[in-house]
Design a protein around this ligand. Sequence first.
Ligand code: 4AD
Ligand code: MG
Length: 431
Amino acid sequence: MVDKVYISETGDYEGREVLLEGWLYNKRSSGKLRFLLVRDGTDIIQCVVFKGDVTEQTFEIADKIQQEASCRIIGTVKKDDRSPLGYELQVKEMEIIASSEDYPITKKEHGVDFLMDHRHLWLRSTRQHAILRIRHEIIRAAREFFDRRDFVLIDTPIFTPNAAEGTTNLFETDYFGSPAYLTQSGQLYGEAAAMAFGKIYCFGPTFRAEKSKTRRHLTEFWMIEPEVAFNDLNDNMVLAEEFVTHIVKSVLKNRKRELDKLERDTTLLEKVEPPFPRLHYKKAAEILKNCEEDFTFGDDFGAPHETLIGEKYEKPVMIHHYPAGVKAFYMKRDPEEPEFALAVDMIAPEGYGEIIGGSQREDDHDVLLGRIREHNLPEEAFQWYLDLRKYGSVPHSGFGLGIERTVSWICGLKHVRETIPFPRLMQRIYP
Ligand code: 4AD
Ligand code: MG
């Protein structure tokens, strides 16, 4: 019996015979030799088929096998310093598991729409592999950061009776005859959990009917949101910068190969280290005064403004104290300057824009009730949320990091559509 191994493990089997199972990635031939690049998801290995070593049948299979046909191969692992893997397979026997006629994604250039329509197959390419493995590492590191600090993971609901982040981009659905909304953020539930567990995080898909077609917006995206009782805005910013630093360092350490594959220049990523620059909204607005982009003091920053500010710094920058009017109803205002909210956005460098939004929350019952009324939100749906301010209310803060924007920045991608296996955009719900 030969050992069945994954390509990534072949290094442990040098000189031995193994069985590999995978798909044909690419092939070339030269005289009596066929060079098959075979992938199994863990890596890619070159399998060398020499006519003199194999049966006529095996050689014919090696000759005819098509791109993405699945196969089973037995051969001997040899060291090969020229290949990225460091090993190749000298083939002894080979069989096809299933054929693959006219695989649509070939080596020629395809347009983005074509690739997006074939996303289910496009995932097999090395570039998509690199991106999605980095995504996995970002998520792994993000959870590790909070787990190590004893935050409790709280799963928040996806069906909700009320809005958390404004009513303009809600996805409404029918919930047994009553309207319900797909969650825009787990935060409000996270606040309840923080009053129960002290420090918590939630992590899940969030939904926004974003009607704009931009490089940064998906209609379904993943957000990780910590919420901490007794943290003020400053504590929140310290947590955010340590969190982002941990993620970036983990990717640099554990996914170097993938970053190389994407040809990511990591100079600036290597500089990510607390403290991050902090800018009062007024200071950020100052920067915009002297540039071409139209901007009115008191407005929220749009993508071009964020890009301009982000490009001024080598590290992510935290903008705090936004005008209360442009931010969410639940944000606490600064008692010293009540026109500003105790909000913070983190803007990634290199033009990637906002990756984190967060704030200290309003903890006074009557003030919060007033805000809910001002925003014309349904009071009944918020009774439970107001309860949190009736029974032992405390200062508390939290933030949300968008996974896809973070992947986009760390990988250096122009568009968020490649940062998630099956992107949901205004004009795309297939495949
Ligand atoms: O700034 P946002 O809207 O903040 C909240 O939802 C808060 N409730 C979070 C909290 O305090 N717990 O969204 C947070 C982050 C943004 O910074 C961005 O990274 C990402 O979520 N995001 C999106 N990512 C992709 N597509 C979209 N349409 C996004 N909208 C927000
Ligand atoms: Mg925001």
